[in-house]
Design a protein around this ligand. Structure first.
Ligand SMILES: Nc1ncnc2c1ncn2[C@@H]1O[C@H](COP(=O)(O)OS(=O)(=O)O)[C@@H](OP(=O)(O)O)[C@H]1O
Length: 605
C-alpha cells in the first residue's frame, strides 16, 4: 500500500507543483501512523464525503471530484482505510480536471459490495497509477481489521473451543461405547452362569455351587456406580470406531481374587457374597470355581482360574467363594502360593444348626435324585444301565451314572453321607487330620456304617432321603457320630487350625452368619473395614421379606431374594438330640473361640 502510494507519487509523468505538493502530503501521511488523526484530515473527510456521495449518486462525483481535497477528521473505521487508499485516484483526478472517467474504468460504486463485514472493494487504480496497459476494471479486495490482536484472540478462542468440544464429545462417545461393552460382557457372563447352573440343576456340589451360582442371577449385571448401564447393551457389539489409547478410560480385565470366602458351607456364604456385591468396589465370581480344592481344576493353572473371574475395574476387589475350601486340607497352602496377602472371609453359624441345614440340603438333593432313578428302575432298565441304554433315554431323563456322579460330586461326601466315614472323601484321600482319624476310629468303634463299597445310586439316594438327622448323627448306643460329615464340618477349630498354620490371624475375618441373617448391615460394616473399602452397603439396601423370613436385597433395578434353596425349612429335630449335640460341640467351640480370639456365644445345651 505504502509502496503503491510512493509509486503513485514518483511515476507521474506530468509533475507539477501541485503534484509535488500532493506528493509531499502523501509522504507526510506515510510518516504518520494510520491510526492517528491525520493532519490533512479535512481531505479525508472530504474523501469520505465523496465516498458517501458515490454510493448515493454514482455519477455525481465525476463533476465534483476537482473540489475534493479539504476536510477533516479521522478514525479507525475501515472506510477510512478505503479513503486513504483512494487518495491517489483523487490526486489523479485533480491533475486532470477535465478528463472524463473512462467508461471501462472501475468506479468506487462499481467495486463497492455491501456486506455485513468491513470489506471494501476498491478500484485497482486507487492503489497505483494507471498505466497505459493496466486494466481499469480490476478491483482489489481490502479487508479492514480494526483490532488485529482482538481478532487473533477471538480466532484462537474459537479454535480452542472447537477442539475442546470435539475432545469432550469424542471422550464421552468412547466412554459410552466401553461402558456398553462392559454391560454387555456382564450380561453375557450372567447368562452363561445361569445356563451352567440350570445344566447342573438337580444336583449341587458339596458346597452348593450350582444352586448358588444362579442365585441372584438376574441381579448380576450390577455395575460400579460410575458406569451407568445403557438400556440395550446387546445392540452394541461392534468394535470401537476409534482406538482409545489416548483416552484414559478405566479398563476392565479379569483379575485373580484379592479376597476369598472360604466357607463354611451352609453358613450364609452366598448371602454374604451377594450382599458384598452391593458395594461398587466388589466384583464376584458368578459360581463356585473350586480351583484350590479340586485337583483337576488346580492342575489347569492360575491362568485358567483367572479366566473364571469376572471383569473388574482397577481398584475393585474380586471375590470368589467356594465353601469347601475351608475343609480341604491342601487348600491353604495352594492359596498362599497364589497370593500370600489375600484376605480370607470365614462365615460361621452355630454348629448344630449348620449341621441340620447341611442335612436338609443333602436330603433335598437325594430326593430329587431318587425320582428319575426310581422311574428308570420301574421301566425295567436296571440299576446300572449301559451307556448306550442311557443314551437312548429321552433328553430330560439323566442317566443313572450321571445322576450318581452328580450325587457324589455335589455332596462331596461319597459313602460317608449315608452315615459313616466322617472325614469325608477329601480327607480320607489325603492325609487324615487328627480329628479325622479320631472320627474314623470313633465311627468304627461305635459300629457306624463304614461303607467302602459303592452302593447303587438308588440305594445310596434312598438311604440318604430315608434316614432322619437323629439317626445319622447319633449312633444307637447314644454316642455322637463324629464321622458324619455334616457334624465333622461343624468342628470349625480343626479346619481353621490348618489355615492359621499358613496365614496370619489378621488376614482372616470371622463373620457371624447368625448375625448376618438378623442384622446384615452391622456385619457388612466390619467386612468393609476389613477389606479396606468405604462403608457403602447401608440399611436401605435391604428389606425384610416376611414370606421368606430373610432379608432380601434392593437393587436400583428391583428387589431380589436368594433362591428357595437358601432358607429351606429345616426338619423337626428331637430337642434331646439337639442338646446332646450342643454338649458335644461345646468343647470344640471353646477351641474355636480361642483360635479366633472371640466368644461367639453359641449355646452349650
Ligand atoms: N438373606 C438370606 N436369605 C437366604 N438365606 C440366607 C440369608 N442370609 C443367610 N442365609 C442362610 O444361608 C444359608 C445357606 O448358606 P450357604 O449359602 O453358605 O449355602 S451353600 O453352602 O452355598 O450351599 C441358608 O441356610 P438354610 O436356612 O439352612 O437354608 C440361610 O439360612
Amino acid at each position: 500500500m505504502t509502496a503503491a502510494k510512493r509509486r503513485a507519487g514518483s511515476s507521474s509523468s506530468t509533475s507539477t507543483s501541485n503534484e509535488q505538493q500532493s506528493l509531499q502530503q502523501q509522504q507526510q501521511q506515510q510518516q504518520q501512523p494510520q491510526h492517528l488523526p491525520r493532519q490533512d484530515g479535512d481531505s479525508q473527510a472530504q474523501g469520505h464525503h465523496e465516498y458517501q456521495q458515490l454510493l448515493q449518486h454514482p455519477h455525481h462525483h465525476h463533476h465534483h471530484h476537482q473540489h475534493y481535497g479539504v476536510g477533516g477528521g479521522g478514525g479507525n473505521h475501515p472506510q477510512q482505510y478505503h479513503q486513504q487508499h483512494s487518495h491517489p485516484q483523487q490526486q489523479q483526478q485533480q491533475q486532470h480536471p477535465h478528463q472524463h472517467t473512462n467508461p471501462h474504468q472501475a468506479t468506487l460504486r462499481d467495486c463497492s459490495v455491501k456486506l455485513p463485514l468491513d470489506i471494501l472493494w476498491l478500484p485497482k487504480s486507487a492503489m497505483r497509477p494507471v498505466g497505459p496497459d493496466a486494466s481499469h476494471t480490476d478491483c482489489i479486495l481490502v479487508v479492514g481489521v480494526s483490532r488485529p490482536k482482538l481478532a487473533v484472540v477471538f480466532l484462537t478462542v474459537m479454535l480452542i473451543s472447537l477442539f475442546l468440544t470435539f475432545h469432550v464429545l469424542y471422550d464421552s462417545a468412547v466412554y459410552n461405547i466401553q461402558a456398553a461393552q462392559a454391560v454387555h460382557e456382564r450380561h453375557r457372563l450372567s447368562l452363561a452362569a445361569s445356563a451352567s447352573a440350570s445344566a447342573l440343576s438337580g444336583s449341587s456340589s458339596a458346597s452348593g455351587a450350582s444352586f448358588s451360582s444362579s442365585a441372584f442371577a438376574s441381579s448380576s449385571n450390577h455395575l460400579p456406580a460410575f458406569v451407568k448401564p445403557v438400556p440395550s447393551a446387546n445392540q452394541i457389539s461392534h468394535p470401537m470406531v476409534f482406538p482409545s489409547s489416548r483416552v484414559h478410560f478405566p479398563k476392565t480385565s479379569r483379575r485373580l481374587p484379592q479376597a476369598l470366602i472360604i466357607g463354611v458351607r451352609k453358613c450364609g456364604t452366598r448371602a454374604l457374597l451377594e450382599m458384598l456385591y452391593l458395594h461398587p468396589r466388589i466384583q464376584k465370581a458368578g459360581g463356585e470355581v473350586h480351583f484350590f480344592d479340586r485337583d483337576e481344576n488346580y492342575l489347569k493353572g492360575l491362568e485358567w482360574y483367572r479366566k473364571k473371574m469376572p471383569h473388574s475395574f482397577r481398584g475393585q476387589i474380586t471375590i470368589e467363594k467356594s465353601p469347601s475350601y475351608f475343609v480341604s486340607p491342601e487348600v491353604p497352602e495352594r492359596v498362599r502360593a497364589m497370593n500370600a496377602s489375600i484376605k480370607l472371609l470365614l462365615i460361621v453359624r452355630e454348629p448344630v444348626t449348620r449341621a441340620i441345614s447341611d442335612y436338609t440340603q443333602l436330603r433335598s438333593h437325594a430326593a430329587t435324585a431318587i425320582l428319575p432313578l426310581a422311574e428308570r428302575e420301574s421301566s425295567g432298565s436296571g440299576a446300572f444301565a449301559s451307556a448306550s441304554a442311557a443314551a437312548a433315554q429321552p433328553p430330560k431323563m439323566p442317566s443313572q451314572s450321571l445322576l450318581y456322579a452328580k450325587l457324589q460330586a455335589a455332596h462331596g461326601y461319597d459313602n460317608a453321607l449315608v452315615g459313616g466315614s466322617g472325614a469325608g472323601a477329601k480327607e480320607t484321600k489325603t492325609k487324615l487330620s487328627v480329628a479325622g482319624r479320631r472320627q474314623a476310629g470313633a465311627g468304627a468303634a461305635a459300629g457306624g456304617t463304614m461303607t467302602t463299597t459303592t452302593p447303587s445310586p438308588l440305594a445310596s439316594a434312598a438311604q440318604m432321603a430315608a434316614k432322619s438327622f437323629e439317626e445319622l448323627a447319633i449312633f444307637p448306643n447314644g454316642t455322637v457320630n463324629e464321622a458324619y460329615r455334616p457334624l465333622s464340618i461343624s468342628m470349625y477349630h480343626v479346619h481353621l487350625h490348618r489355615w492359621l498354620e499358613v496365614f496370619p490371624r489378621e488376614q482372616l475375618l470371622v463373620v457371624n452368619g447368625d448375625r448376618l441373617i438378623e442384622d446384615p448391615v452391622s456385619q457388612l460394616r466390619r467386612i468393609e473395614a476389613f477389606l479396606g473399602i468405604e462403608h457403602r452397603v447401608k440399611s436401605e439396601h435391604f428389606y425384610f421379606n416376611e414370606t421368606k423370613g430373610f432379608y432380601c436385597l434392593r437393587y436400583d433395578n428391583g428387589d431380589r431374594c436368594l433362591r428357595e434353596t437358601k432358607g429351606r425349612k429345616h426338619p423337626h429335630v428331637d430337642p434331646v438330640v439337639v442338646s446332646r449335640l450342643r454338649r458335644f460341640f461345646a468343647e470344640y467351640n471353646q477351641r474355636f473361640y480361642e483360635l479366633v480370639g472371640e466368644d461367639l456365644g453359641w449355646p452349650e445345651e
